[in-house]
Design a protein around this ligand. Structure first.
Ligand code: CS2
Length: 491
């Protein structure tokens, strides 16, 4: 019989490692918005380590986490029965299991927005972290808050019962200011360049709709450090639940799987925080170089594999990178079209960093579905691929392989619509109505495609070199048949 997580803690005995602090004696000091797999495999683990390492032996400091889901009740429903405990399976050359105790409370925002604002206003809360994905920031293509976004429009009209993460931050900060409570630090942990500044600008823009003086107070008093986060964390599947039961002897409704590698670079800020540095996080004044390198050498290749790989029949990152044609393509794309535009963080060799990432993609223990990475293409491509294309065009560097990725995404959309498959993307309705979907002639296709403003702004769309490269990429990809795609990768 497998052991329950609660029993493991109560008996202080399990084949998995247990939290290294007295969980019952530890108060909540962090609110996390969006307690999905990535957060549970990454920031919650750093905090779990920090509580074990940072405080005295029996008490980890009041840094436990209240996880707040902004939409679905599934995380709360899955974890409530196990007191927020869950197993972290580290799947790599060595496999290990540990029970994470840092997530102590769970709330579902739509069930009681007022209670969420109360929690955010509680002086015990010193930090709010966020993993709400790119679309959760409700930004327009120009990077500013999108006031036409339906959640933001709702939050402007109903500030005390918000829907968006931005709306909750504003409501929580407004209450703290009114109560004379010091603000919390807001830490974005999403894969957005300059995530801290973007979050700050969005929060201030929404606050200004409510009260200009609140916007001013936030601008003067609230820290929004930028961060780079990294650890490959595929969604939980039934195989993981069975593995945790069979190998670790634990009965866990929602374990998390992750590679061994993890990295967290945080812009230094004033204000209380757990001993994340002792747990391996880096505090620095210069996050930008790390962030760019990671987004462009890990996330960009991920998206390249996600759109090109399935056309050649690949289902996972490992399948795709295990195919020589794909590994060569990723090496060439990064060497010729990405690395030349990057500034290396001090002490980091970008080619070695890229090689280590490709090594991580080969991890045989991790089954990371390309279909999962393919979600939200209209949000991810601008950050991972289009921004590089823009810089390369400006600097007269090549964009052929980057354009092949964008052309593969176009075929991914066309095929999904043809097959009646749902496209997971905030723009899914708009995608179905795009005129560029019907073009068979590459020249016309490129011209039409460049009018798609979610990817190409007017300036970029006017670029002749981009038009030519895109046309060529669309020609090479053809209708996405496996042999055609393979040939395209080799050119
Ligand atoms: C992936 C990321 O799903 C995706 O878009 O590229 O989740 C990636 O695995 C992480 O950023 C790795 O740190």
């Amino acid at each position: 019989m497998a052991q329950s997580l609660k029993d493991a803690l109560r008996d202080n005995h399990s084949s998995a490692a247990l939290p290294g602090y007295d969980r019952d004696a530890t108060g909540v000091g962090i609110v996390h918005l969006g307690p999905g797999a990535f957060f549970r495999g990454h920031q919650a683990v750093y905090t779990d380590d920090a509580m074990a390492l940072g405080g005295s032996d029996i008490h980890g400091g009041d840094w436990a986490i209240c996880g707040i889901s902004l939409r679905s009740a599934s995380v709360r429903d899955g974890l409530a029965q196990q007191d927020g405990l869950y197993t972290l399976a580290t799947l790599d050359s060595e496999v290990s299991y540990r029970i994470i105790g840092s997530l102590k409370e769970l709330m579902v925002a739509p069930e009681d927005p007022g209670a969420v604002i109360d929690r955010l206003a509680d002086p015990a809360i010193k930090i709010v972290t966020l993993t709400i994905t790119e679309k959760g920031y409700c930004l327009a293509a120009n990077g500013r808050l999108d006031e036409s976004n339906s959640d933001i429009a709702h939050d402007i009209a109903t500030p005390d019962a918000p829907r968006s993460a931005i709306g909750y931050l504003v409501a929580g900060l407004a209450r703290r200011r009114d109560n004379g409570t010091a603000p919390f630090t807001c830490i974005s942990c999403d894969n957005l360049p300059d995530n801290g500044h973007k979050l700050k600008a969005a929060v201030i823009a929404l606050a200004a709709k409510r009260d200009e003086s609140l916007a001013g107070w936030i601008g003067a008093n609230v820290a929004f450090p930028r961060t780079m986060v990294d650890s490959i964390t595929p969604a939980t599947d039934d195989a993981l639940i069975a593995r945790v039961r069979d190998d670790a002897g634990l009965d866990d409704a929602w374990p998390i799987q992750r590679e061994a590698f993890k990295q967290w670079v945080i812009e230094d800020f004033d204000g209380p925080r757990p001993a994340w540095d002792k747990a391996g996080a880096t505090f620095t004044g210069d996050v930008a170089a790390f962030e760019h390198a990671k987004l462009r050498l890990l996330n960009a290749p991920h998206s390249a594999l996600a759109y090109l790989g399935p056309l050649a029949g690949h289902e996972t990152v490992r399948d795709a990178i295990g195919d020589d044609a794909f590994e060569r393509f990723i090496r060439t794309m990064t060497a010729q079209e990405i690395i030349p535009g990057l500034t290396a963080p001090v002490g980091l060799d970008l080619t070695e960093y890229r090689d280590a990432i490709i090594g991580r993609f080969h991890n045989p223990e991790i089954r990371h579905l390309l279909a999962q990475i393919a979600w939200d293409g209209t949000q991810k491509l601008p950050v991972r691929i289009i921004s590089v294309i823009r810089e390369n065009i400006e600097a007269a560097r090549p964009v052929d392989r980057l354009c092949l990725v964008v052309a593969a995404w176009r075929i991914f959309v066309i095929k999904a619509l043809q097959d009646g498959r749902k496209i997971v993307d905030p723009q899914s309705d708009a995608l179905a109505a795009q005129p560029w979907l019907d073009d068979s002639d590459p020249e016309a296709a490129a011209t039409h495609f460049l009018t798609f403003r979610a990817l190409f702004d007017e300036d970029l769309a006017r670029s002749q070199p981009l038009h030519d490269a895109l046309q060529q990429a669309i020609r090479l990809i053809g209708d996405g048949a496996p042999a055609t795609v393979r040939r395209a990768l080799m050119t």
